[in-house]
Design a protein around this ligand. Sequence first.
Ligand SMILES: Nc1nc2c(ncn2[C@@H]2O[C@H](COP(=O)(O)OP(=O)(O)O)[C@@H](O)[C@H]2O)c(=O)[nH]1
Ligand SMILES: [Mg+2]
Length: 186
Amino acid sequence: MKLKIVYFGASLAGKSTNVKVLHSILKEKGLTKGDYISMETDEKRTLFVEMFASQINIDDHPIDIKILTTPGQFRLHPLRKVIMKGVDGLVFVVDSQREREKINFLVLRETAAVLKEENMNLFDIPVVVQYNKRDLKDAMPVDELQPICNPWDTDYIEAVATEGKGVLETFQKIVTKVLVKTCQER
Ligand SMILES: Nc1nc2c(ncn2[C@@H]2O[C@H](COP(=O)(O)OP(=O)(O)O)[C@@H](O)[C@H]2O)c(=O)[nH]1
Ligand SMILES: [Mg+2]
C-alpha cells in the first residue's frame, strides 16, 4: 500500500521543521527509506520540493508513505497543485502567533481552492490540525484558533516543532486516520 501525506500551512508556520524532525525520529527507528530530500530556488532560497519516504509494517503488510510539504508562498500555486495530486492525508500546520491569524485562514482557503482544481474536496480528505509554536508568548489560545483553523472539527495537536514536541504524535494521528478511512472504503 502507498500513502501520500502532505503538510501544508503558511510560510514559516513550521512545516519544514516538522518534516525534518519527523525524518530524524523515524530514521532512528529504522522506518525511513532513503534520505530527506530538499531543493530550493536560487534567488530567494524558497524551498520548493521537500520530501522523504517512510516504510512501516502493519501485520506484515508493508506500507510506503511519502511525506511532502507544500510551499507557503501564494505565487507557487501551480506547484501546490502538483504536490496535492493524489494526496491521502493532510496536516495543517498552524502558526499559533496572533499576528499570523489571517495568513493561516488565507492558506486554508487557498488550499481548498487548489484541491478543488484537482477535483478533490478539503472535507473528504483525512486531516489533522497542528497548532505549532505553542512556546511563544503571543500564541493564541486554542479555543480562539479552533473556529478559524479547524472547520472540520477534527483532531488537533499542540506542538513545539523545534523541540520535537507533538511532531511524531501528529504523524501517527494522520496515518491512523488515513488507514481507518482506507479500511472503511474496502
Ligand atoms: N519558537 C518556535 N519556533 C518555531 C517552531 N517551529 C518552527 N519554528 C521556527 O519558525 C521558523 C520557520 O520554520 P519552518 O519550519 O522553516 O517553516 P515553514 O516555512 O512552514 O517550512 C524557523 O526559524 C523555525 O525554527 C516552534 O514550535 N516554536
Ligand atoms: Mg519550509
